[in-house]
Write a protein that binds this ligand. Structure first.
Ligand SMILES: CC(=O)N[C@@H](CCC[C@H](N)C(=O)O)C(=O)O
Length: 371
């Protein structure tokens, strides 16, 4: 599959981003594509809105897993491309259109010319939330064809095309979604002393959360608490009775995640007293850290060094990835693929360079053949 075809597939996928476990059109597109490949070596099975494809190897002693995530984000695209999202308020702003296209490109080559080993492609739903990797690991297909090793990639806007980057050990953080609801007493804007104002409580709480990171977490460790969404009130002259914060916590160890959560709960109890309100905290999906196997990374470094592409040592990042659950069960690694975009991940103008699609396909295919 050459660059022109990869671009066509990517642009088709780019137009139809869907949220986690709603990826019906995406699944159909992928299935239709897979259907027109030579079928002799393929076993295809759907799992919820995802898909497994096994390619029987020529020798077939080992099984290599390759995972691509398939969901989009709830974001309005602002690229102005003629192939922009046709789904209002949805965008492939985390590169999953690239991830799927690269997997299809490698699958296309392997379906025509299988590798020595078996390969299982996992088209996984719901990476952005609520998390598809952990339940997908329980699928019967994987019990039957459990990979001995597994890998995946993520696009990296800050790296040039032709570069990839990874490291042994911890690559991505532990994550937990965070939802905090405040309930006070509404009232007339002119009589604040008679109400319990949840705009004030909620917004002060946001700034106090940052003190947990600054003053409770060991400075030699690290954590992030980001509130990405805040909702409160009804109109400008009514004191808000309710407020809601939605965010995410990132830590470098599962233990510091427990500590940060305990600190948030402690802060909330204090706020309930000082603001005379009720606060309830919910954690949505939690992702286990992405921890790369040293030997697997060495093998990949060898693949890259034997190609015309450039390998760079990565730093840890506070991004999260439910692929961490797969790596907890199966040794392997994740790597960053350079796509050189001014706008970063989760931004409405993300514009990865499409030449990187071919770099991805070449490296995924050659690594599978080298393992
Ligand atoms: C690679 C990437 O950007 N992943 C997401 C994963 C989000 C997990 C969950 N919804 C959360 O926000 O905690 C990320 O934001 O890092």
């Amino acid at each position: 599959m050459e660059l022109e075809q990869l671009i066509e597939v990517r642009r088709n996928l780019h137009q139809i981003p869907e949220l986690g476990f709603q990826e019906e059109k995406t699944q159909n597109f992928l299935l239709n594509y897979i259907k027109q490949l030579p079928q002799e070596a393929l076993t295809v099975e759907t799992w919820k809105t995802g898909i497994f494809v096994k390619v029987e190897g020529k020798i077939g002693k080992k099984t290599i897993g390759y995972r691509a995530d398939i969901d989009g984000l709830p974001l309005n695209e602002e690229t102005g491309f003629d192939f922009r999202s046709v789904h209002e308020g949805r965008m492939h702003a985390c590169g999953h259109d690239f991830h799927m296209t690269i997997a299809l490109g490698a699958l296309t080559r392997l379906a025509s010319e299988p590798a020595d080993h078996n390969v299982v492609f996992l088209f996984q739903p719901a990476e952005e939330g609520p998390g598809g990797a952990e339940p997908m690991l329980q699928a019967d297909f994987l019990t039957q064809y459990k990979p001995d090793t597994i890998f995946a990639l993520h696009i990296a806007p800050e790296l040039p095309v032709g570069s990839v980057s990874t490291k042994p050990g911890l690559l991505f953080a532990n994550t937990s979604e965070l939802f905090i609801d405040f309930k006070g007493t509404g009232g007339h804007a002119a009589f604040p002393h008679m109400a319990k104002d949840m705009v004030v409580a909620g917004s002060t709480f946001v700034t106090h959360l940052q003190q947990i990171v600054a003053r409770r977490v060991d400075p030699l460790d690290s954590a992030v608490i980001t509130i990405g969404k805040m909702e409160a009130g009804t109109v400008q002259n009514i004191i808000a009775q309710e407020a809601r914060l939605e965010g995410t916590i990132r830590t470098l160890t599962p233990e510091s995640m427990d500590q940060v959560k305990a600190e948030i709960e402690k802060l909330a109890r204090g706020f309930e007293i000082s603001n005379d309100c009720h606060i309830s905290i919910q954690y949505g999906s939690n992702y286990y850290q992405v921890y790369n196997d040293t030997e697997a990374v060495q093998g990949f470094r060898h693949t890259v060094n034997s190609s015309s592409y450039d390998f760079q040592d990565a730093n840890m990042a506070m991004t999260g990835e439910d692929f961490g659950y797969m790596l907890k069960e199966i040794p392997g690694f994740m790597f960053w693929l350079g796509v050189d975009s001014k706008a970063g991940l989760h931004q409405s103008k993300l514009n990865p360079k499409e030449e990187a699609l071919l770099v991805g396909v070449n490296l995924v295919e050659s690594h599978i053949r080298n393992v």
